[in-house]
Design a protein around this ligand. Structure first.
Ligand SMILES: [Zn+2]
Ligand SMILES: [Zn+2]
Length: 362
Protein backbone atom coordinates (compact mmCIF):
# COMPACT_ATOMS: atom_id res chain seq x y z
CA UNK A 1 0.00 0.00 0.00
CA UNK A 2 2.76 2.37 0.98
CA UNK A 3 4.71 1.56 -2.17
CA UNK A 4 1.60 2.19 -4.22
CA UNK A 5 1.13 5.59 -2.59
CA UNK A 6 4.73 6.57 -3.17
CA UNK A 7 4.56 5.63 -6.83
CA UNK A 8 1.33 7.55 -7.18
CA UNK A 9 3.05 10.62 -5.73
CA UNK A 10 5.98 10.11 -8.10
CA UNK A 11 3.66 9.72 -11.07
CA UNK A 12 1.69 12.83 -10.10
CA UNK A 13 4.88 14.81 -9.60
CA UNK A 14 6.05 13.61 -12.99
CA UNK A 15 2.88 14.87 -14.59
CA UNK A 16 3.23 18.13 -12.72
CA UNK A 17 6.82 18.81 -13.77
CA UNK A 18 6.55 17.57 -17.33
CA UNK A 19 3.50 19.66 -18.10
CA UNK A 20 4.71 22.85 -16.46
CA UNK A 21 5.74 24.61 -19.70
CA UNK A 22 2.51 24.03 -21.61
CA UNK A 23 3.90 25.74 -24.71
CA UNK A 24 2.01 25.96 -27.99
CA UNK A 25 3.37 23.66 -30.70
CA UNK A 26 6.11 25.16 -32.81
CA UNK A 27 5.73 25.42 -36.57
CA UNK A 28 9.18 25.41 -38.14
CA UNK A 29 10.06 27.80 -40.95
CA UNK A 30 11.84 26.07 -43.83
CA UNK A 31 14.67 27.80 -45.62
CA UNK A 32 17.64 25.66 -46.62
CA UNK A 33 21.10 26.00 -45.15
CA UNK A 34 23.73 27.44 -47.49
CA UNK A 35 27.16 25.84 -47.98
CA UNK A 36 29.13 26.34 -44.75
CA UNK A 37 26.34 28.12 -42.91
CA UNK A 38 23.10 27.41 -41.13
CA UNK A 39 19.99 29.50 -41.79
CA UNK A 40 18.38 31.16 -38.77
CA UNK A 41 15.07 33.01 -38.85
CA UNK A 42 15.28 36.21 -36.82
CA UNK A 43 13.35 39.31 -35.78
CA UNK A 44 15.44 42.09 -34.23
CA UNK A 45 12.77 44.72 -33.60
CA UNK A 46 9.72 44.42 -31.30
CA UNK A 47 8.15 46.18 -28.35
CA UNK A 48 6.63 45.30 -24.99
CA UNK A 49 4.81 47.15 -22.20
CA UNK A 50 8.23 48.51 -21.19
CA UNK A 51 7.80 51.06 -23.99
CA UNK A 52 4.68 51.38 -26.18
CA UNK A 53 3.93 47.69 -26.80
CA UNK A 54 0.96 45.79 -25.46
CA UNK A 55 2.54 42.57 -24.19
CA UNK A 56 4.80 41.31 -21.44
CA UNK A 57 8.33 40.34 -22.59
CA UNK A 58 7.80 36.55 -22.19
CA UNK A 59 4.89 36.76 -24.63
CA UNK A 60 7.35 37.82 -27.36
CA UNK A 61 9.23 34.59 -26.69
CA UNK A 62 6.04 32.48 -26.90
CA UNK A 63 5.09 34.09 -30.22
CA UNK A 64 8.54 33.62 -31.72
CA UNK A 65 8.71 30.00 -30.60
CA UNK A 66 5.27 29.20 -32.00
CA UNK A 67 6.01 30.84 -35.35
CA UNK A 68 9.33 29.04 -35.87
CA UNK A 69 11.85 31.82 -35.16
CA UNK A 70 15.37 31.08 -33.93
CA UNK A 71 16.55 34.46 -32.55
CA UNK A 72 14.87 37.66 -31.43
CA UNK A 73 15.74 40.99 -29.92
CA UNK A 74 13.26 42.91 -27.78
CA UNK A 75 13.96 46.55 -28.57
CA UNK A 76 11.89 48.84 -26.40
CA UNK A 77 12.20 52.58 -26.97
CA UNK A 78 14.59 54.39 -24.66
CA UNK A 79 12.99 57.80 -25.07
CA UNK A 80 9.32 56.93 -25.60
CA UNK A 81 7.66 55.27 -22.62
CA UNK A 82 3.95 56.07 -22.54
CA UNK A 83 3.30 53.44 -19.84
CA UNK A 84 5.89 54.80 -17.43
CA UNK A 85 3.34 55.67 -14.74
CA UNK A 86 2.39 51.99 -14.61
CA UNK A 87 5.65 50.32 -15.68
CA UNK A 88 8.64 52.31 -14.43
CA UNK A 89 11.55 52.98 -16.76
CA UNK A 90 13.87 49.96 -16.52
CA UNK A 91 15.71 49.60 -19.82
CA UNK A 92 17.27 46.20 -19.11
CA UNK A 93 14.19 44.64 -17.57
CA UNK A 94 12.46 43.33 -20.76
CA UNK A 95 15.59 41.29 -21.55
CA UNK A 96 16.01 40.07 -17.97
CA UNK A 97 12.38 38.97 -17.77
CA UNK A 98 12.45 37.14 -21.11
CA UNK A 99 15.88 35.50 -20.82
CA UNK A 100 14.99 32.37 -18.83
CA UNK A 101 11.88 31.81 -20.94
CA UNK A 102 13.94 32.16 -24.15
CA UNK A 103 16.52 29.75 -22.78
CA UNK A 104 14.05 26.91 -22.16
CA UNK A 105 12.52 27.53 -25.59
CA UNK A 106 15.94 27.17 -27.23
CA UNK A 107 15.56 30.68 -28.63
CA UNK A 108 18.49 33.09 -28.86
CA UNK A 109 17.60 36.33 -27.05
CA UNK A 110 19.74 39.33 -27.96
CA UNK A 111 19.77 42.38 -25.71
CA UNK A 112 18.65 45.42 -27.69
CA UNK A 113 16.94 48.78 -27.61
CA UNK A 114 15.45 51.35 -29.97
CA UNK A 115 17.07 54.79 -29.94
CA UNK A 116 14.10 56.96 -30.72
CA UNK A 117 14.74 60.48 -32.02
CA UNK A 118 12.72 62.77 -34.29
CA UNK A 119 13.74 62.75 -37.94
CA UNK A 120 16.54 63.59 -38.47
CA UNK A 121 18.26 61.44 -37.35
CA UNK A 122 15.30 59.01 -36.89
CA UNK A 123 15.08 55.67 -35.10
CA UNK A 124 17.95 53.19 -34.70
CA UNK A 125 18.20 49.79 -33.08
CA UNK A 126 21.31 48.82 -31.15
CA UNK A 127 21.54 45.08 -30.49
CA UNK A 128 24.09 42.85 -28.68
CA UNK A 129 24.24 45.48 -25.94
CA UNK A 130 25.62 44.68 -22.50
CA UNK A 131 23.75 47.40 -20.62
CA UNK A 132 21.07 49.67 -22.04
CA UNK A 133 21.14 52.25 -19.21
CA UNK A 134 24.21 54.25 -20.42
CA UNK A 135 22.39 54.86 -23.72
CA UNK A 136 19.78 56.96 -21.90
CA UNK A 137 21.61 60.23 -22.50
CA UNK A 138 20.61 63.45 -24.34
CA UNK A 139 23.11 63.79 -27.22
CA UNK A 140 22.22 61.47 -30.08
CA UNK A 141 25.79 60.79 -31.24
CA UNK A 142 26.85 60.09 -27.63
CA UNK A 143 24.23 57.34 -27.58
CA UNK A 144 25.48 55.86 -30.84
CA UNK A 145 29.08 56.03 -29.67
CA UNK A 146 28.21 54.32 -26.37
CA UNK A 147 26.35 51.55 -28.23
CA UNK A 148 29.42 50.99 -30.40
CA UNK A 149 31.69 50.99 -27.34
CA UNK A 150 29.61 48.09 -26.06
CA UNK A 151 30.20 46.28 -29.36
CA UNK A 152 26.63 46.76 -30.57
CA UNK A 153 25.38 46.25 -34.10
CA UNK A 154 23.50 49.45 -35.00
CA UNK A 155 20.91 49.75 -37.76
CA UNK A 156 18.64 52.47 -39.09
CA UNK A 157 14.95 51.59 -38.65
CA UNK A 158 12.07 52.33 -41.04
CA UNK A 159 14.21 54.85 -42.95
CA UNK A 160 11.38 56.62 -44.81
CA UNK A 161 9.42 57.31 -41.67
CA UNK A 162 7.87 60.57 -40.49
CA UNK A 163 8.85 64.23 -40.40
CA UNK A 164 9.87 66.76 -43.06
CA UNK A 165 13.28 65.19 -43.52
CA UNK A 166 11.85 61.67 -43.60
CA UNK A 167 13.93 59.23 -45.53
CA UNK A 168 16.81 61.59 -46.40
CA UNK A 169 20.43 60.66 -45.89
CA UNK A 170 21.75 63.69 -43.96
CA UNK A 171 25.14 64.74 -42.51
CA UNK A 172 24.40 62.99 -39.19
CA UNK A 173 24.09 59.70 -41.09
CA UNK A 174 27.35 60.38 -42.90
CA UNK A 175 29.03 60.99 -39.52
CA UNK A 176 27.72 57.69 -38.23
CA UNK A 177 28.73 55.89 -41.42
CA UNK A 178 32.23 57.38 -41.54
CA UNK A 179 32.85 56.48 -37.89
CA UNK A 180 31.70 52.92 -38.70
CA UNK A 181 28.90 53.35 -36.15
CA UNK A 182 26.14 52.37 -38.59
CA UNK A 183 26.12 48.78 -39.74
CA UNK A 184 22.78 48.07 -41.35
CA UNK A 185 19.34 49.28 -42.36
CA UNK A 186 15.84 47.94 -42.23
CA UNK A 187 15.00 47.42 -45.88
CA UNK A 188 11.59 46.33 -44.64
CA UNK A 189 9.80 47.18 -41.42
CA UNK A 190 6.40 45.61 -40.74
CA UNK A 191 4.34 45.99 -43.90
CA UNK A 192 6.58 48.63 -45.52
CA UNK A 193 9.43 48.20 -48.00
CA UNK A 194 11.97 51.03 -48.28
CA UNK A 195 13.61 51.02 -51.77
CA UNK A 196 16.09 53.78 -50.75
CA UNK A 197 17.29 51.70 -47.81
CA UNK A 198 17.64 48.76 -50.19
CA UNK A 199 19.71 50.88 -52.60
CA UNK A 200 21.91 52.36 -49.85
CA UNK A 201 22.61 48.92 -48.38
CA UNK A 202 23.96 47.89 -51.79
CA UNK A 203 25.92 51.11 -52.37
CA UNK A 204 27.37 51.45 -48.87
CA UNK A 205 27.74 47.77 -48.05
CA UNK A 206 25.33 47.94 -45.11
CA UNK A 207 23.59 44.81 -43.86
CA UNK A 208 19.99 44.33 -44.98
CA UNK A 209 17.40 43.65 -42.29
CA UNK A 210 13.67 43.04 -42.19
CA UNK A 211 11.85 43.15 -38.87
CA UNK A 212 8.29 43.14 -37.57
CA UNK A 213 8.38 46.13 -35.18
CA UNK A 214 5.35 44.50 -33.55
CA UNK A 215 3.61 46.38 -30.76
CA UNK A 216 0.40 44.35 -30.46
CA UNK A 217 0.14 40.65 -29.62
CA UNK A 218 1.08 38.63 -32.70
CA UNK A 219 -1.64 36.00 -32.90
CA UNK A 220 -0.33 34.09 -35.91
CA UNK A 221 -0.04 30.39 -35.16
CA UNK A 222 2.51 29.73 -37.87
CA UNK A 223 4.44 31.44 -40.63
CA UNK A 224 3.36 30.85 -44.22
CA UNK A 225 4.27 32.47 -47.51
CA UNK A 226 0.98 34.41 -47.42
CA UNK A 227 0.99 35.26 -43.73
CA UNK A 228 4.21 35.75 -41.80
CA UNK A 229 5.88 38.60 -40.00
CA UNK A 230 8.67 40.49 -41.77
CA UNK A 231 11.84 38.59 -40.86
CA UNK A 232 15.58 38.46 -41.40
CA UNK A 233 17.20 35.23 -42.53
CA UNK A 234 20.70 35.11 -41.04
CA UNK A 235 23.29 32.69 -42.40
CA UNK A 236 25.41 31.74 -39.39
CA UNK A 237 28.56 29.67 -38.97
CA UNK A 238 27.36 28.69 -35.50
CA UNK A 239 23.96 28.86 -33.83
CA UNK A 240 24.95 31.18 -31.00
CA UNK A 241 24.52 34.88 -30.21
CA UNK A 242 28.11 35.46 -31.36
CA UNK A 243 27.36 33.50 -34.52
CA UNK A 244 24.40 35.78 -35.30
CA UNK A 245 26.54 38.86 -34.63
CA UNK A 246 29.34 37.68 -36.91
CA UNK A 247 26.88 36.98 -39.74
CA UNK A 248 25.25 40.41 -39.35
CA UNK A 249 28.63 42.12 -39.34
CA UNK A 250 29.53 40.26 -42.54
CA UNK A 251 26.20 41.08 -44.21
CA UNK A 252 25.08 37.45 -44.58
CA UNK A 253 21.33 38.12 -44.46
CA UNK A 254 18.21 38.09 -46.58
CA UNK A 255 14.85 39.64 -45.82
CA UNK A 256 11.58 37.70 -46.01
CA UNK A 257 8.96 40.36 -46.65
CA UNK A 258 5.44 39.62 -47.90
CA UNK A 259 6.03 37.17 -50.77
CA UNK A 260 9.50 38.53 -51.51
CA UNK A 261 13.01 37.54 -50.57
CA UNK A 262 15.38 40.52 -50.63
CA UNK A 263 19.16 40.28 -50.47
CA UNK A 264 22.50 40.48 -52.21
CA UNK A 265 22.91 38.46 -55.36
CA UNK A 266 25.74 36.42 -53.81
CA UNK A 267 23.31 35.34 -51.05
CA UNK A 268 20.16 34.87 -53.12
CA UNK A 269 21.91 32.74 -55.76
CA UNK A 270 22.86 29.93 -53.35
CA UNK A 271 19.55 30.35 -51.49
CA UNK A 272 17.63 29.81 -54.74
CA UNK A 273 19.90 26.92 -55.73
CA UNK A 274 19.37 25.20 -52.37
CA UNK A 275 15.59 25.81 -52.44
CA UNK A 276 14.80 24.58 -55.96
CA UNK A 277 15.51 21.03 -57.11
CA UNK A 278 14.91 19.82 -60.66
CA UNK A 279 14.41 16.10 -61.27
CA UNK A 280 15.67 14.39 -64.43
CA UNK A 281 12.73 14.03 -66.87
CA UNK A 282 10.64 10.96 -66.01
CA UNK A 283 9.04 10.85 -69.46
CA UNK A 284 10.80 11.61 -72.76
CA UNK A 285 9.00 11.19 -76.09
CA UNK A 286 10.32 12.12 -79.55
CA UNK A 287 9.56 15.81 -79.07
CA UNK A 288 8.55 16.32 -75.49
CA UNK A 289 9.79 15.89 -71.91
CA UNK A 290 8.03 15.90 -68.55
CA UNK A 291 9.92 16.68 -65.35
CA UNK A 292 9.31 17.84 -61.78
CA UNK A 293 10.54 20.94 -59.94
CA UNK A 294 10.51 20.95 -56.14
CA UNK A 295 10.39 24.17 -54.11
CA UNK A 296 11.63 23.12 -50.67
CA UNK A 297 11.40 26.53 -48.97
CA UNK A 298 8.54 28.33 -47.24
CA UNK A 299 8.40 31.19 -49.77
CA UNK A 300 6.46 30.94 -53.02
CA UNK A 301 8.77 31.47 -56.01
CA UNK A 302 7.66 33.27 -59.17
CA UNK A 303 9.68 32.67 -62.34
CA UNK A 304 9.54 34.52 -65.67
CA UNK A 305 11.20 33.16 -68.78
CA UNK A 306 14.05 35.27 -70.13
CA UNK A 307 15.16 32.78 -72.82
CA UNK A 308 13.28 31.09 -75.65
CA UNK A 309 12.47 27.68 -74.24
CA UNK A 310 10.05 26.68 -71.49
CA UNK A 311 6.76 28.07 -70.16
CA UNK A 312 6.55 31.91 -70.15
CA UNK A 313 6.13 31.82 -66.39
CA UNK A 314 6.34 29.23 -63.63
CA UNK A 315 4.75 29.42 -60.20
CA UNK A 316 6.43 27.34 -57.50
CA UNK A 317 4.21 27.49 -54.41
CA UNK A 318 6.05 27.06 -51.10
CA UNK A 319 7.07 23.46 -50.32
CA UNK A 320 5.36 21.88 -53.29
CA UNK A 321 6.33 20.10 -56.48
CA UNK A 322 5.19 21.19 -59.93
CA UNK A 323 5.09 19.24 -63.18
CA UNK A 324 6.56 20.86 -66.29
CA UNK A 325 6.13 19.79 -69.89
CA UNK A 326 8.39 21.19 -72.62
CA UNK A 327 8.49 20.62 -76.39
CA UNK A 328 12.10 20.04 -77.43
CA UNK A 329 14.02 19.10 -80.55
CA UNK A 330 16.22 16.54 -78.84
CA UNK A 331 14.61 15.04 -75.73
CA UNK A 332 17.85 13.36 -74.64
CA UNK A 333 19.98 16.52 -74.41
CA UNK A 334 20.41 18.49 -71.19
CA UNK A 335 18.61 21.83 -71.11
CA UNK A 336 19.55 25.19 -69.64
CA UNK A 337 16.51 27.41 -69.27
CA UNK A 338 17.14 31.06 -68.35
CA UNK A 339 14.50 32.58 -66.06
CA UNK A 340 14.17 35.44 -63.62
CA UNK A 341 12.98 34.85 -60.06
CA UNK A 342 10.85 37.99 -59.92
CA UNK A 343 10.27 37.85 -56.17
CA UNK A 344 13.94 37.28 -55.27
CA UNK A 345 15.03 40.93 -55.32
CA UNK A 346 18.74 41.67 -55.77
CA UNK A 347 18.06 45.41 -56.14
CA UNK A 348 14.87 47.52 -56.20
CA UNK A 349 12.60 46.06 -58.92
CA UNK A 350 15.32 43.66 -60.06
CA UNK A 351 14.69 39.92 -59.83
CA UNK A 352 17.42 37.31 -59.57
CA UNK A 353 18.53 35.78 -62.91
CA UNK A 354 18.56 31.99 -62.67
CA UNK A 355 19.14 29.05 -64.98
CA UNK A 356 16.99 25.95 -64.60
CA UNK A 357 19.19 22.99 -65.54
CA UNK A 358 17.32 19.92 -66.75
CA UNK A 359 19.55 16.82 -66.90
CA UNK A 360 19.86 14.92 -70.19
CA UNK A 361 20.36 11.21 -70.81
CA UNK A 362 23.92 10.11 -70.06
ZN1 LIG B 1 10.77 53.21 -34.57
ZN1 LIG C 1 10.04 50.16 -33.05
Amino acid sequence: MKVWKTSLVVVLLGIWFSSALGADPRHEIHFPNLPGTQTLVCDFHMHTVFSDGQVWPTTRVDEAWRQGLDAISISDHIEYQPHRDDIPTKHNRPYDLALGHAHVHNLLLIKGTEITRDTPPGHFNAIFLKNVDPLDTPEFLDVIEEANKQGAFVFWNHQGWKGEEAGRWLPVHTTMFENKWLHGMEVCNGSTYYPSAHKWCLEKNLTMLGNSDIHVPDRREKSTSENHRTLTLVFVKEQTIDGVKEALQEGRTAVWFDDQIIGRQEILEPLFAASVRIEPPHVRTDRRIWFQIHNTCDADIHLERTGKLGPASLELPARTTILVKIDVKDPKSPLELPYRATNFLIAPEKGLPVVLKVPGVE
